[in-house]
Design a protein around this ligand. Structure first.
Ligand SMILES: [Zn+2]
Ligand SMILES: [Zn+2]
Length: 353
């Protein structure tokens, strides 16, 4: 049956190569159209149509080989594009697409409100937000050298005081990070209440929304809120993307690719193996601009003492959802592509589509 054929398509933009792993298929023949589709035909006459995640255009070469040393029937198809189209944003972590609910998007909406996910009470709206600003990266200082050479106009920030090395937004000024909003406490007066442990709850329904930062501001994760406006449908922010923004920040800050994520009772080692990859999974889903992520809940064998492992504390909900997403994708990979030593392999997009 055609649905017993497993596959994985990986497009590596940097080298213009598409690789297709075919699993559980006998003596395949294939047809490639310039439209970015391939049709694989099995010796038994079964057909499988695969949409490539990215149209490789005219091909320089294509090669289909049987993978040796595998007891299952596995084939590898390699397509080489004539042209390598460099899309910078796929290769450079500093040019990755911005997460949604950024300054540009919110300013473009008519009368936006950010509401408590539980009770719909307004947490940020016209009444307490007269100005939006992008949060300088948590690791702004480390990026200074980079910016000095590249001078991206839109990233300069007039409120960031280099002397004090701290943020000082005005009341009713909301700072926007990849995955959170932050403002001085007065900005949220009447909308949130701060508890003993520096946690901030919704004044209306008492749900915990965020926490106080070390410089006495309140930080509220985007996934705890719902976005409403007069001209667009309601929107929520998937909690698992908070983890992606943490991984991106670690990588931006010190170019580490090994990160240990911890929440109350779980820990997860992450190896950011590659980024900017386009993938089609066996369920037909395409994922754009992905990280290829190796993950493990035990100390993986190849992390020696020399490896620079960054440790990050994460909330339980985003981490649980992130792990679920990794596991779901891992479970539909061809079996030879599910593991690398003690690591499990998965893919995750760098931004919410
Ligand atoms: Zn509420
Ligand atoms: Zn893409």
């Amino acid at each position: 049956m055609a649905d017993s054929i497993g596959f994985l398509v990986e497009y590596l933009p940097r080298i213009g190569t598409t690789s297709v792993v075919l699993d559980g298929i006998k003596e395949p023949s294939l047809k490639y159209s310039d439209l970015g589709k391939i049709t694989v035909q099995d010796g038994r006459g079964e057909r499988l149509d695969i949409t490539l995640p990215y149209n490789p255009g005219k091909l320089k070469s294509k090669r289909l080989v049987r993978v040796s040393n595998s007891n299952k029937d596995e084939y590898l198809l390699i397509l080489k594009s004539e042209e390598v189209r460099m899309d910078k944003s796929h290769n450079d972590v500093l040019l990755m697409p911005q997460m949604k609910w950024n300054k540009r998007q919110l300013n473009g909406l008519k009368n936006f409100r950010l509401c408590c996910l539980k009770c719909d009470g307004d947490i940020i709206d016209r009444g307490n937000c007269s100005r939006l600003n992008e949060m300088p990266s948590e690791f702004w200082m480390e990026l200074m050298d980079y910016w000095h050479c590249h001078k991206p106009q839109d990233k300069t920030s007039e409120f960031y005081s280099l002397q004090k090395n701290s943020l000082s937004p005005c009341v009713k000024e909301i700072l926007i990070g990849d995955s959170f909003f932050q403002a001085v406490e007065e900005t949220f007066d009447g909308r949130t209440a701060v508890l003993d442990g520096n946690l901030a709850m919704c004044s209306n329904c008492k749900k915990i929304l965020g926490r106080r930062t070390s410089d006495r501001m309140l930080r509220i994760p985007k996934w705890k809120l719902r976005l409403k406006s007069d001209d667009c449908q309601e929107d929520v922010f998937p909690a698992e993307f908070e983890v992606i923004s943490i991984l991106l920040n670690c990588n931006r800050a010190n170019s580490t690719r090994y990160i240990l994520l911890r929440s109350d009772d779980i820990q997860l080692y992450i190896w950011l193996f590659a980024m900017g990859i386009e993938v089609t999974l066996a369920n037909g889903r395409t994922l754009h601009n992905c990280f290829k992520i190796f993950y493990s809940d035990v100390i993986p064998s190849n992390i020696g003492f020399k490896a620079n492992v960054d440790e990050e504390q994460v909330d339980k909900v985003p981490l649980d959802k992130f792990i679920d997403a990794l596991e779901t994708t891992n479970s539909i990979l061809p079996s030879s592509k599910q593991r690398f030593g003690t690591w499990k392999i998965s893919y995750f997009p760098a931004a919410v589509e």
